[in-house]
Design a protein around this ligand. Structure first.
Ligand code: MN
Length: 246
């Protein structure tokens, strides 16, 4: 199995190292990752400058672009042989509920999915994020378990792993995305010239952690696996806008 690995925390992130180590046990690994931290980059593509690829060693590349740039470039031009699966992570922090919309980790996997491949995003859930090896081993086992369906049709899995030793993980749950409350406000501060500048504030606290959600699973000490789709159509309220139809 040929495994393309990327992330959004950047080429030097410890989560990427842990993931590469675990995936090398089960397949041929190719790394194409951003050369800096692109957390929160979502599905952005770089269209106003060329992308430069730096080869570090055989099958290991960094790119001066976003996570989606990396996966797009890898699959549509850089690699001679297409990968069988894309794995993104291990992200330094949760990608639960609405986080998935902003996440570069999820977006890198989603790009593989949109280009017709199975793809898995892996994130470590915790304040300190110490147990990247746990999440990497979970990801390895998920890929192994999916081995037989990899060739069938593309899928996109969002995997969140509690930041804990592997033997204290209580199980694996197939989940739906939960919800957060609206995000905290921006944080205003001053630059050295006295001008007001702003930091994007913290994500909202958890609103829906009910049974069956991703938040509920990780808070119960389990791995959360949420199958994702890309189509954003809200079929449930389509009729409400019939009045706009001509
Ligand atoms: Mn990140």
């Amino acid at each position: 199995m040929r495994i393309l690995i990327s992330n959004d925390d950047g080429f030097f992130a410890p989560g990427l190292k842990a993931l590469v180590k675990a995936m090398m046990e089960i397949g041929e690994v190719v790394v194409v990752a951003p050369n800096k931290d692109y957390s929160g980059a979502s599905n952005s593509l770089t269209l106003d400058r060329p992308l430069v690829v730096h080869q570090h060693e055989h099958n290991v590349y960094s790119v001066n672009g976003t996570p989606v740039d990396c996966v797009h470039l890898a699959i549509t031009g850089l690699l001679d042989v297409a990968p069988d699966i894309v794995v993104s992570g291990v992200n330094n922090g949760a990608n639960l509920g609405e986080d998935t919309i902003y996440s570069g980790t999820v977006a890198a996997a989603m790009e593989g999915f949109m280009l017709g491949l199975p793809a898995i995003a892996v994130s470590l859930v915790g304040k300190k994020c110490e147990h990247f090896a746990t999440a990497a081993k979970v990801a390895r086992d998920v890929v192994l378990s999916c081995k037989d369906i990899v060739k069938q049709s593309p899928f996109l899995l969002n995997v969140n792993v509690p930041d804990a030793p592997l033997d204290s993980i209580t199980g694996t749950r197939i989940t739906r995305l939960g919800r957060r409350h609206r995000a905290e406000g921006v944080v205003e501060t001053k630059n050295p010239r006295g001008q007001a500048v702003y930091w994007i504030g913290a994500p909202g606290t958890v609103k829906d952690r009910s049974s069956g959600t991703d938040f509920g699973a990780v808070e119960g000490g389990s791995v959360s696996i949420t199958p994702l789709q890309v189509n954003l159509t809200d079929v449930s309220v389509g009729e409400r806008f019939d009045f706009l139809s001509r």
